[in-house]
Design a protein around this ligand. Structure first.
Ligand SMILES: C[S@@+](CC[C@H](N)C(=O)[O-])C[C@H]1O[C@@H](n2cnc3c(N)ncnc32)[C@H](O)[C@@H]1O
Length: 216
């Protein structure tokens, strides 16, 4: 396990990194890469989307150009403070302080879920992926951007089993791997009233979510 795959250490790390995150981030994950990944994500204006590990809101901002119904979650109060300074606490995005591995939302709360540059900090990414499956409705898209394409042949085979894209700002800089998956199940099942309600309000379909919101 890497040194930052520990929630407390990652929070401490981002307490300091948050001060310069937006200046450093473009060296490894820039607008062009993000916008290309947004094309693969392919969400529409009616979609309710959750951005897990939203940080200072770099990807959140890109998501907002595709849909108005964007929710951002991060475990770092310091990263969220930076996001508030861009979008406001009660602006176009609803923010939550929370853990990717224990999402404070009910089943099928979102049409799609995005997470960029965060999975490498989660001690138990499988638990988080289970959570993604739970909170995204069947047929919805989950897009995860991870830090690199694996060197080992075995892990490359695993990665190749999913739709993925490798990006690199230029040769020699770190590579990013973006994976796009579909939540299994019948996409037509249980659509209707719940979906419309969320579209109208732009809120998750669970009242639980409001309790953990950090809007205030
Ligand atoms: C590299 S930043 C990515 C920020 C943003 N998604 C982007 O694309 O620029 C990683 C973020 O993941 C957050 N993070 C790390 N572990 C987390 C966890 N267990 N739950 C929620 N957020 C987490 C960090 O606080 C940090 O803001």
């Amino acid at each position: 396990m890497g040194i930052l795959e520990n929630k407390a250490r990652a929070r401490l790390f981002y307490k300091y990194l948050s001060k310069v995150y937006d200046e450093i981030n473009p060296f490894v994950w820039n607008e062009e890469m993000r916008d290309r990944a947004l094309e693969w994500f392919d969400v529409g204006p009616e979609d309710v989307v959750l951005d897990v590990g939203c940080g200072t809101g770099f990807a959140t901002e890109g998501l907002l150009s595709h849909t108005e119904h964007v929710h951002g979650l991060d475990q770092s109060a310091h990263q969220l403070e930076r996001a508030f300074s861009k979008f406001g606490k009660r602006g176009p995005v609803t923010f939550y302080r929370g853990d990717a591995e224990r999402l404070p939302f009910g089943e099928d709360s979102f049409d799609a879920l995005w997470s960029s540059g965060s999975i490498e900090y989660w001690p138990n990414p499988v638990a988080a992926l289970r959570e993604f499956r739970r909170v995204v409705e069947p047929g919805g898209t989950v897009l995860v951007v991870g830090p690199d394409y694996p060197n080992s042949t075995l892990f490359q085979r695993l990665a190749d089993a999913f739709e993925h894209h490798i990006q690199q700002r230029r040769p020699g800089t770190p590579r990013a791997i973006t994976t796009v998956a579909t939540v299994p199940g019948d996409p037509d099942a249980e659509s209707g009233a719940g979906t419309e309600a969320s579209v109208e309000t732009g809120k998750p379909r669970s009242s639980e979510a409001a309790d953990d919101s950090v809007e205030a």
